[in-house]
Design a protein around this ligand. Structure first.
Ligand code: ZN
Ligand code: ZN
Ligand code: FE
Length: 754
């Protein structure tokens, strides 16, 4: 190849997407060597830049193979080619990341790859049985990063100098571990130990033995601590639930073989085995301890995602509960000392290690919809901070603060959004601290200086207040975005829909609407720039304000009063048992009468709570929002295909029919299904009145996580010629809010910023 200079052609190839920190440069190096090309490859601020000289056919092959054979964690968004003049250099090399603005983006954490797993299981390998093996294609990323560039000294691995063997792998472009920042081995890397239990030996074997005896063990994982116990030991599961206190949320499981407990569809398998290795909600098929997932017909299951978890599951030999290591609603613990302190009363022992978790990353959770398409419910480990490509270009740098519950924030700029991992409920002091720290971290990692700060219209949200302060300090422009408009925009952007006249069907717990109204069941018409309310649920009082979030009977009473007026009691015989004692009832009625602490709210979430309460599902109290509604969905699922919908979906006709069904002893599941279908029918009818054929309907808000409702809605919207869109990349709940909020604000600010 060396002499034929006349035939040599030069090309400058720009690769964009998730191409840094994923082994792209050594991949290009190997391709170039394979194809006999000369030139170099480097990372810069825009992605990967290749200068290549060779024959036309070889260069064509390079372009094709860049996409087709990209490393497992890479996501190639585009490949742009230009002619390169000048003369060819000798050979092909990997150039340094260069100085200036150029830096390597931080990729999401990735599950152990097959090659690393094989090494860990191979007696002859030096990483046999090693809990922290990783390579270019797998291992910790965001969880251990604190600064850019993505180099070892800027990670939690800074205190583990590479041994000569690891160093040789790190320096060899032909090795799978070339420039893999977190690599480690038993000689130079992090160590595991077991605390709080007798005896020495292998900490993993000892942990497995404890778990077999029914113990609860706190296990330090990738993005935080888990609390683990034998998932099939009913006593251990019940004891864990008792010690965690007040929490009725389902426990997640980790299983090497989820088929033993659940139906695993092909789509579910793909998700489970993806590099993100999320928790996937799978239909339960085997009997499991009741305390595992009360009221649920699905179990949240993930595969082992780190060598530690692979080794532990192998040693244990069955499914484990792997629930967040926290007390009640607090964020997951990440620090060893903090774990001893806060989990000491819950865990019998601690499986610890000395690789610090710098950034908390909860397990991500996905469900599959009726078409087996993935629906994110919680986006964290394995997904953040991967960029989301937007249907826009040139958006001004915008920091979107998001909501208050299930909080996330987003950095928006150019044509991309970086949505943070799920942080939690900001009312928890430690979640708020984390939220602040993560905003600082992301701004550092992505060298991001916002020109615009986007906040929810609700001035009481802690995220709004923090955003106001940030805007004041930095001089950035503050833009307030209505809650449900942000939900609608999030769903549009999530599906790559650009500007235009669209519809939004936004169902959630509560958000601030126009003129101080509390919304949660709205139909909006418009687009990113503006949207107006054209329909939705009727406003019904929230008796006692926030108390109505915790006590579903309040919503039942409010809806009965709304439907039937003062003599609701005459109609309500079948549900009287689910209402409280006369004294409390009387007080609530007096509040309704005078309107004190009874703000009207068109919340779909509270309507679900009311119907659930009517069926006796947790009427007195729920421990988390959505608990009663989720129980109602589970009840409805087996009947959702067969039942006829209730008339008009909500209001007096609904309640009259529902109460008659109850009085006639109709099975609760049928009633639940008829309610879901009736609501879907009514909303689809309303939407169709305001929509035209082929118009997009963005379906968003936390209630859209209800897959029975979502399926019914989509079928009915499609039947009317509309194009319903559900979330695919960010959650429908407030975890997706920041994305929409940021785009709305960025578009509003674009005119004035440029
Ligand atoms: Zn690997
Ligand atoms: Zn080593
Ligand atoms: Fe919301």
């Amino acid at each position: 190849m060396g002499g034929a200079t006349l035939a040599l052609e030069g090309r400058r190839i720009r690769v964009r997407g998730l191409v840094q920190g994923v082994g792209f440069r050594p991949f290009v190096w190997r391709l170039a060597r394979d194809l006999g090309l000369a030139g170099d490859v480097r990372n810069d601020g825009e992605g990967v830049l290749i200068a290549a000289w060779g024959g036309g056919a070889a260069l064509d092959a390079l372009e094709a193979r860049l996409r087709a054979e990209a490393p497992p964690l890479a996501r190639v968004a585009s490949v742009e080619v230009a002619v390169l003049n000048g003369s060819a250099p000798q050979g092909f090399c990997i150039a340094d990341s260069g100085g200036g603005e150029a830096h390597t983006a931080i990729p999401p954490d990735a599950a152990t790859c097959p090659a690393c797993l094989a090494e860990v299981q191979d007696l002859a390998e030096r990483r046999h049985g090693y809990a922290f093996a990783n390579c270019t294609h797998c291992g910790p990323r965001l969880s251990i990063a604190h600064a850019i560039p993505w180099d070892r000294p800027n990670t939690a691995m800074a205190t583990f100098p590479l041994c000569p063997a690891c160093r040789a792998e790190y320096d060899d472009p032909a090795d799978r571990r070339f420039h893999a920042q977190p690599i480690a081995c038993p000689v130079c890397g992090p160590r595991l130990w077991l605390e709080g239990a007798e005896g020495g030996g292998d900490p993993i074997a000892a942990t497995a033995a404890l778990l077999r005896e029914g113990a609860i063990v706190a296990i330090k994982g990738l993005g935080g601590f888990h609390l683990a116990c034998d998932a099939l030991n009913a006593d251990a599961v019940a004891e864990l639930r008792r010690r965690k206190a007040r929490d009725a949320k389902p426990f997640a499981l980790m299983a090497a073989c989820p088929e033993a407990l659940c139906e695993v569809s092909e789509a579910a398998r793909v998700l489970l085995e993806s590099a993100a290795a999320p928790i996937v909600l799978l239909p339960r098929r085997a009997p499991v301890p009741a305390a595992l997932a009360p009221d649920q017909d699905h179990l949240g299951v993930m595969l082992p995602a780190t060598p530690l978890h692979h080794l532990l599951l192998e040693a244990f030999g069955g499914p484990l509960v792997m629930t967040s290591g926290n007390r009640s609603d607090e964020p997951q613990v990440i620090d060893n000392e903090e774990a001893r302190e806060r989990l000491g009363a819950i865990a019998d022992a601690f499986l610890m290690h000395d690789r610090p978790i710098l950034n908390r990353l909860d397990d991500s959770v996905l469900a599959l919809d009726e078409a087996q398409a993935p629906m994110p419910l919680r986006r964290a480990r394995g997904f953040a901070p991967a960029p989301i490509t937007l249907p826009f270009a040139d958006l001004p740098a915008t920091l979107a603060m998001g909501g208050e519950l299930k909080a996330t924030f987003a950095l928006i700029g150019g044509g991309e959004a970086i949505v943070s991992q799920h942080i939690g409920d900001l009312e928890q002091a430690s979640a708020l601290d984390d939220y602040r720290a993560m905003i600082e971290l992301y701004r550092r990692l992505f060298t991001f200086t916002p020109k615009i700060v986007a906040v929810d219209a609700h001035a009481g949200y802690l995220s709004t207040q923090l955003g106001e302060a940030l805007a004041r300090e930095s001089g950035a422009r503050l833009i307030r975005v209505a809650h449900h408009h942000a939900h609608m925009a999030a769903c549009l952007a999530d599906n790559g829909v650009g500007e235009g006249e669209h519809l939004g069907l936004l169902l959630d717990g509560l958000g601030l609407g126009e003129e101080g109204a509390l919304w949660g069941g709205e139909i909006l018409a418009g687009g990113y720039r503006a949207a107006r309310r054209v329909g939705g649920l009727a406003a019904v009082p929230l008796i006692g304000g926030v108390a109505a979030m915790r006590e579903p009977w309040r919503n039942l009473l409010a809806h009965l009063r709304h439907a039937f007026g003062r003599d609701w009691r005459a109609q309500a015989q079948p549900v009287l048992a689910h209402l409280p004692d006369p004294a409390r009832l009387k007080l609530a009625e007096a509040m309704l009468e005078s309107g004190t602490h009874c703000p009207p709210c068109s919340s779909a979430g509270r309507l679900f709570d009311a119907v659930a309460a009517a069926l006796g599902l947790h009427p007195a109290r729920i421990s988390h929002e959505g608990q009663a509604a989720m129980a109602l969905e589970t009840l409805a699922r087996p009947f959702a295909d067969q039942e006829a919908p209730y008339p008009l979906g909500y209001g007096a006709p609904l309640w009259r029919t529902l109460l008659a069904d109850l009085a006639a002893g109709v099975e609760p599941g049928r009633i639940a299904a008829r309610f879901h279908l009736g609501l879907a029918e009514a909303l689809a009818q309303q939407a169709a009145r305001h929509g035209t054929r082929g118009q997009v309907v963005a379906l968003s808000g936390g209630v859209m996580q209800n897959r029975v409702l979502l399926a019914a809605l989509r079928a009915r919207l499609r039947a009317r010629g509309l194009v319903p869109l559900a979330h695919r990349q960010v959650p429908a709940n407030d975890g997706g809010l920041a994305l929409g909020q940021g785009i709305v604000a960025a578009l509003k600010g674009r005119k004035t910023c440029n």
